[in-house]
Design a protein around this ligand. Sequence first.
Ligand SMILES: Cc1ncc(COP(=O)(O)O)c(C=O)c1O
Length: 419
Amino acid sequence: MKTSTLAEGLKGSEIIKIAGEVNALKAQGEVVYNQTIGDFDSSIFPIPKELKSAIVDAYNDDQTNYPQANGMQPLRESVSNYLSRRLGLDYASDEILISGGARPLIYAIYQTVLDVNDKVLYPVPSWNNDAYTYLARNRAVVVETKAENKFMPTADDIKPHIQDVNLIALCSPLNPTGTTFTKNGLLEVCELVVKENKRRASLDLKPLYVLYDQIYWQLTYNETKHYNPVELLAEMRDYTIFVDGISKVFAATGVRVGWAFGPKHVIDKMKAMLSHIGAWSPKAEQMATAKYLKNDVAVSTYLTHIKSELSFRLVEFYKGFTSLKAKGYNVNAIEPEAALYLTVQFDLIGKKTPSREELTTIKEVTSYLLNEAKLAIVPFYAFGTSRDSNWFRLSVGTSKKEEISTIFELLENALRKLS
Ligand SMILES: Cc1ncc(COP(=O)(O)O)c(C=O)c1O
């Protein structure tokens, strides 16, 4: 039985396919170190206690009917203040749109600024832009980024396409790499966009917009600093639509509160679009988040805690890979900067397994690591790169600190067996 062409053409998630293999192994009673998911184990990373009790209070207060279409006023005000206090950004409450997490907002941005067959430029590896481009019936202009640029796109990567695209989808800190734009790197991209928009304005053309997904911005470590287009170049305010929310920073992926902010005419249309879909954030969660964001002490305490826990794990994994590399194994890793992800490389194509089978594809490498080292990670082709990229995302949101040394024993053992 056929469904629409759009539905028939939707690609299954590669991450879910790997999850299937992980579950099959677990069903056989194996212990698997599943570092594939971009989520948290809530027994290790519960949401902030003040947020949890505010949610319960809001339900006890019967905050259970339809929320306002653009989000509850107290939450939009609270977000507006939060952005001003913590990022120095000045957005009024009517320039902010609340939704049930970040996903509906990204979907709405595509639907709002793009026409069918318009072109979207996005770098790969990156999260889900291929799906949103497909759903909005747009055409993709894919820029494959390089390890030496920490997999962030550069102005040079974007420049050849600038006159030809209608949206540039950027994300920093980036899922899947856990790396970030440098100040100059982002500024150069913004300068290109502003220059191009001057050209378009003179021809009365629709502007080139930038989707700036900064959902991980508060999870940066050590010297790493988060930058955004509008602070670097004020003219970017007319073209930048930000995506943000509580899912990652407060380990609240199941709470479903996200926000977009940007030019009011775009935000208003996104509101109209999403009100038909009804992708609102639950009212009680909105009221609770409004209260929580105002509690600076609680937020800062939680941030200190989650950042140190995530960064500890990322550094331990990074040190593990660095030490395997020093021992001569064909692995590598990029120093972690942000989010819950470590970028690791397994250069194992052409190696022979103990059963004398040659590893010929990245899929086989992924399966070898899973079966021999019980380590589940996601190859970058799941994030849109070519299928021969030998880089992977390792997520630490479900990792137990005490397991990390065992993971490296198993990994070294599995690597040693290859010839
Ligand atoms: C870069 C990025 N943006 C947005 C999302 C989705 O966030 P939410 O759970 O709030 O929909 C994710 C989730 O993995 C993500 O990695």
